[in-house]
Design a binder for this molecule. Structure first.
Ligand SMILES: [Zn+2]
Ligand SMILES: [Zn+2]
Length: 385
């Protein structure tokens, strides 16, 4: 199958973007309408798309790629995607190709193997942009497209570095507008439907709160965050605001969520939500990123700060945290590290707890606790005998 007999060279004797495909034995490509000669693609910008119908991540990625392809082709008429099938048989291939508006290499396991080897494809889905000589430009573009959508075009390393530099500038640049605005939108919304201009939030300490209604740990943390927020908002001189960045699954869920929140939010289904997750490398929710009045990041682990210290952590600087911790240490000066109290059968250890209920007086407790390692017994330091 392989070899030069299918014309690896064009009339001028130079290589083209389809040279490698030709060398691997591909002569025609398939479209929804029928057959397309490979040579008609000589001058195109080609991406090879390795995918299979049995692969869930492939099927999840295709709608995004279809949308991007249709949009890009309005301006980039030269762009073409060629599907290389990882399907187990011809039927799987045909089913899978129905999802795609672009071209395909006819189903052939040995050609697929050769192309995989040539382009070092180690996983699917994989999208390999080719240079004018038909070689890979160097990187699989799937992750880049998942992260940046259509901005990822032309999917090469230079573009990736450019986009990453822009993210870094937004993260470190200290401009709230750069982080929160997109397109013509110059506002964020409140739970009761008001629009608040982002320009009014500049110079405040800001918490970016990443959460979703379906996520139980988020609901638990929202309660703690609300408590700290209300405390901070009621003390006059503190300029603090929280912006909710939703990963809710539908607009109903989002609306339900923000009407129960006292703070502001990026509108539902706004691209900024995904951008902020990427810029601050949010791996799980709930997450709280804290920005100082100068717009610089104070902490990406605001969740731990709020859980441990509540509103006391404000303004969330390192020196404030040291202060709070020193004050807390002072509270337990002179207390033993462990103690045997007549109210409980086991030895109790002095520990720090986010929130607990004292098993003796049934009152709420916070910060310090004498607790049992063996069972679930907690005691206020003040309730020791
Ligand atoms: Zn107690
Ligand atoms: Zn015990």
């Amino acid at each position: 199958m392989a070899g030069g007999e299918y014309g690896t060279e064009n009339i001028n004797g130079s290589t083209t973007s389809t040279s490698i495909l030709a060398a691997e034995g591909v002569e025609i490509l398939l479209s929804a309408e029928g057959k397309v000669p490979l040579s008609s693609l000589d001058q195109k910008k080609i991406c090879l798309f390795f995918s299979a119908n049995w692969c869930r991540p492939c099927r999840a990625f295709i709608p995004q790629l279809v949308q991007l392809y249709n949009t890009l082709r309005n301006t980039e008429r030269n762009l073409e995607i060629i599907f290389v099938s990882f399907d187990r048989d011809e039927n799987g291939f045909r089913e899978h190709f129905k999802l795609m508006p672009w071209l395909a290499v006819p189903f052939d396991i040995s050609i697929r193997r050769q192309l995989c080897n040539h382009y070092h494809v180690v996983r699917i889905p994989s999208l390999i942009p080719l240079n004018p000589n038909g070689e890979s430009v160097g990187e699989d573009a799937v992750k880049l497209i998942e992260d940046y959508g259509i901005d990822a075009f032309p999917f090469n390393r230079e573009r990736r570095e450019e986009l990453e530099a822009m993210d870094k500038m937004k993260r470190q640049g200290g401009k709230l507008e750069d982080l929160l605005l997109s397109g013509a939108r110059d506002y964020v919304v409140s739970g009761d439907g008001r629009k608040v201009l982002v320009s009014e939030l500049v110079d405040k300490t800001i918490g970016l709160y990443f959460a979703a209604h379906w996520c139980p740990p988020c609901r638990a943390f929202t309660i703690q965050l609300k408590e700290a927020y209300n405390e901070l908002k009621s003390s006059q001189n503190r300029s603090f605001e929280i912006i909710f960045i939703s990963t809710d699954r539908d607009p109903e869920e989002f609306n339900l969520h923000i009407t129960n929140m006292p703070w502001l939010a990026i509108p539902y289904n706004d691209k900024t939500q995904q951008d902020l997750c990427r810029i601050f490398d949010i791996k799980g929710i709930p997450a709280l990123v804290l920005l100082g009045p100068d717009g610089k990041t104070l902490s990406t682990n605001g969740r731990a700060l709020i859980s441990s210290y509540g509103s006391k952590a404000f303004p969330f600087t390192e020196s404030r945290r040291d202060e709070v911790e020193a004050a807390l240490r002072k509270e337990v000066d002179g207390l033993p590290h462990q103690v045997k109290d007549p109210k409980h059968e086991h030895v109790l250890r002095l520990d720090m707890a986010k929130a607990y209920v004292c098993d003796f007086c049934k009152g709420q407790g916070r910060f310090w606790v004498f607790s049992c390692d063996k069972c679930d017994f907690d005691l206020h330091p003040s309730c020791l005998d």
